[in-house]
Design a protein around this ligand. Structure first.
Ligand code: DX5
Ligand code: ZN
Length: 245
């Protein structure tokens, strides 16, 4: 684990998702975002059951571990996620986030993840009442508010998410909790500031990092470093993150 990414006070954190990267050049896809100042690397695990798509498992996390010192932020979109925590821990995950909808008891799930020495996250889908996340917050390192329906990259940000982000932010601040508020789905230069103003402090970005049109070379290959700078620039209009982060 890279402790400094966590000890940075009051900074927004960018978390590129390799789901949108070129897997034939995984090493370079990761190195470029690390060089560009990414804070965490987001790794999306899909099982074809919890979500329709299928991605990959611990082997790719193990490969990422060898390729980067960035904390690996593993997002499990799978049924029965607790069966896999140990395997992802061994593979080198730093954060494991499971879905509230996929576990019988989110508090127990978070404790189980932390007991394995990992940072614990709970994710919530857009249609799940946000009240269900609030009581779990004291157990969490990461509250992940999905801003699209999980399952694929490149979807449009759901604007009704802003109200949900604000509710979670209010609860984190009211109890002075030590928990990141991460958002995932449709985050790009046109949506990131609104999500930040609503209270998010940690931003997953797939397509907007790895598949963004390159303003310097129209029609040319995407430039993830330039895309990260554009996201940081867009965040400036949101001021500083709330409280702890
Ligand atoms: C979607 C995944 C996301 C995905 C986001 O189910 O959880 O992490 O990579 O991709 P973008 O940023 O393109 O919406
Ligand atoms: Zn994700």
């Amino acid at each position: 684990m890279t402790p400094d990414a966590w000890s940075k006070p009051r900074e927004f954190r960018l978390c590129p998702s390799i789901l949108s990267a070129d897997f034939s050049r995984l090493g370079e896809s990761i190195a470029v975002v690390q060089r560009a100042g990414a804070d965490f690397l987001h790794v999306d695990i899909m099982d074809g059951q919890f979500v329709p798509n299928l991605t990959f498992g611990p082997l790719i996390v193990e490969a990422c571990r060898k390729l980067t010192s960035l904390p690996l932020d593993v997002h499990l979109m799978v049924v029965e996620p607790m069966r896999f925590v140990e395997g992802f821990a061994r593979a080198g995950a730093d954060h494991v986030t499971v879905h509230l909808e996929a576990v019988p008891d989110a508090t127990a799930a978070a404790r189980g993840i932390r007991n394995r020495g990992l940072r614990a996250g709970i994710a919530i889908k857009p249609e799940t009442p946000i009240e269900r996340l609030i009581p779990v917050l004291p157990e969490l390192d990461i509250a992940l508010v999905m801003t699209v329906e999980p399952g694929e990259g490149g979807q449009a940000f759901r604007p009704e998410s802003l109200e949900r982000i604000a509710r979670v932010r209010a609860a984190i601040d009211a109890h002075d909790l030590d928990c990141l508020l991460e958002v995932d789905g449709g985050i790009g230069p046109n949506t990131i500031a609104a999500a930040a103003s609503a209270g998010a402090d940690t931003f997953v970005a797939g397509n907007s990092v790895y598949r963004a049109p390159n303003p310097d070379r129209p029609g040319g290959p995407p430039d993830p470093a330039l895309a990260i700078r554009a996201l940081r620039e867009a965040l400036k209009s949101a001021g500083r993150p709330a409280k702890r982060t």
